[in-house]
Design a protein around this ligand. Sequence first.
Ligand code: TYM
Length: 344
Amino acid sequence: MKETLAYYICSMNKEIVVSGIRSTGYLHLGNYFGAIQNYVLMQENYECYFFVADYHALTTHPDPKLLKANVYRVVAENIASGLDPNKVALYAQSDIPEIPELYLMLNMLAYKGELEKVPTFKEKVRSQPDNVNAGLLTYPVLMAADILIQRAVKVPVGKDQEQHLEMARNFANRFNTRYGQEFFPEPQVFRFNQSAVKIMSLDGNGKMSKSENVNATIYLSDDDDTIRKKIMKAKTDSGPTEHNSVMPDYIQNLFLLMDLTAKPGIADTFRSQFNNCTIRFGDMKKQLAEDMVAFVRPIREHAANLQADETAIKKILKDGAEKARAGASKTIEGARKLIGINYY
Ligand code: TYM
């Protein structure tokens, strides 16, 4: 209770931030550099709400026996990456009943045509034609509810979520227009260094993701040897034959990972070698593998220790839900009144 009070006092008058991560698998470098790194930087100066999107995970029908462990792991990996549950509200989406209530309200303002056009929905229709459920179609509405329930103005997410954010702004504006009040602010994508970090899969096929090629994805839980093996197998080629050639995107991705994890100057040395055609990708990958091992190891070890203490994680989730419900219940009360659900 003391911690919760301290949280309220520190968070007075700060801008509100919301973001979430689905509990569908192991967190990877894309989640870390695309999202969590920004969370950690924001926790000092903003009123932050970070959650495990377990309702969103239900769209792909996860095994009920695995759900709790998945949620606990996401919490542990966020904390091991530097998030401090005393500074932010860290909670499970399903612990906030106000979210599905707002989702229902917003669904009345979301149109089938616009939802069917969302690229992530179209992609799911292609990849899982046997499970095109209504939850998938209305995924952006639930995401808008997650954000608007706290009346957040800033949302740290990777590039792949930008279209969802635009829809959240549309739903917010539609609600405000229909009910005649600037009730919801427009949430904006936020990143510390402005440019979006998009981590590609190490096989060069699209973005690094929780469910695609596991051998081309580096997870925060990977052991040292697994990391080395994955990096050494990353896609490269025989190297440039002309000075200052354009870098293929899979090589750019390796340089990006090096920029993010190696000591300053190391990536530049390899960049010069690329530009004068003397680069040996085997050497570059060996260097990257060691830097990546050194980067992931403390996160993995810390997360494993945290996960071993279930009682502590339970308490973090409960405290987080209490913090998040304080604002959420006020939003729902206001939304009900504006809609006219105000009978007693
Ligand atoms: P999810 O769980 O797929 O990913 C969590 C965060 O990681 C970012 N990310 C990446 N960034 C860079 N490169 C990559 N390869 C990469 N892969 C993932 C994502 O952009 C995201 O920021 N719908 C969301 C979860 C969500 C949410 C929300 C986010 C639900 N409600 C409300 C913000 C606000 C999702 O599936 O993220």
